[in-house]
Design a protein around this ligand. Sequence first.
Ligand code: EPU
Length: 444
Amino acid sequence: MEKFIITGGTPLRGELTLTGAKNVALKVLSAALLTNEELILHNVPILTDVFAMLELLQTLGVHSRWDGHTVIIKNSGVKNTRVPLDIGARLRTSSMVVGPLLARYGEAIIPNPGGCRLGARPIDRHMDALTSMGAHILYHSDDGYFYLTAKKLTGATIQFVKNTHTGTETIILAAVLAKGTTILKNAAEEVEIDGLIELLTAMGARIFRSAPREITIEGVSSLHGAEYTVMPDRNEEVTFAIAAAMTGGEIVIRQSQRTELHAFLEKLSEAGATYEEIDETTTRYRCSVRPRATDVTTSIHPGFMTDWQAPWAVFMTQSKGISTIHETVFESRFSYVAELKKMGAAISFFGPNVSNPETFYNFNWKDHVNGYHQAIKITGPTTLHNAILEMTDLRAGATLVLAALVADGESYIHGIEQVDRGYENIDKRLKDLGAKIKRTKEDA
Ligand code: EPU
């Protein structure tokens, strides 16, 4: 167990290259189950979540080795179709092996997946879609496992009731080897999904975005090995862009994904920060004025992503006026608020006026915890002060690091394994930009 000790107040300056996108890497690893040939995956971020996914695949019979940021991975013959509970509970993407296992081996046994605890986070949309493709599914509430079998998955027309990012990917992974054509309607459009589609296409799959929010997958009889490079992580870009703006510094980002960040860049400009397009894949971020308050409502692609709202909240503590954030994708993604309040942030919850919450929110309204508000109001500017903080999930973790970087004094952040799940060497990379950050062992 380790902690960060961060002394705030230094403007961050310098250059940084984005690492590969966690939310692509984790999914493309599952594709190794779809063939017995080798996949060579470049630009894989070195993250504890990626190690966990590789460990999970290893228990199923898929072996891998690292060469720098390249993973060479090969299915050596699946001997087991059961995802171990301890890995499943750690990892959201543990359930994504379900499609390949069903399609090639006729059965999959998966626990209710874990990962960041952002409310109930069920997988009912994934399960309904697999049922439409002919899977037989039993959920055992005594052990928390789904038991799935399918003689042969068959293509189907599937209408997702609401957006689901990993649900869309799970069904793509199931449909590539299914008999016949699958049409996914109301399919998610997050760019990370196109990363998975690109790899599967290189493996011989036939997948098309056939209309807005529609994906057509023509099942094929087999897939082959491929070489593929994971796209850079746009969520990482947002985190570092905010770090530059918030500390009054200037960061140049290489491998920039700004073409996939419209909604973020729009808000950034509205707040008074600037981004300069140096070339196609290089962007400079800075903010030389007192930022202005903004109102943000998170939404599915192409809106302001839910993953960006927590770091944005820290930025807004430094802005003048009252800002609001309305979270519409997950039903409980404000765990960082209590920690920011320990640092002196003026944040309060409120219940926005929503006439039909069942259709308005992306989560299942029935999962909503009575009394939990979906929006916060931030009054700024506030000089944050140091505190002893605890990370509760990945993006909330990055948020506390940002808060400590702008706070007066020395903060201690515990639970940093959360941020190590999704940001490669965050402390080293921040240090290279001038941050005063130390990683030390927790006292025994
Ligand atoms: N939902 C259901 N039932 C389902 C599926 C989703 O109720 O069957 C609800 C979820 O609980 C949530 C909402 O619908 O409230 C949206 O869920 P979605 O399935 O779209 O999200 P996800 O696939 O669980 C992925 C990313 C998240 C990212 C969201 C939104 C991965 C591994 N996770 O989650 O990333 O925030 O999509 O784009 O790709 C992160 O990286 O920190 C992270 C949480």
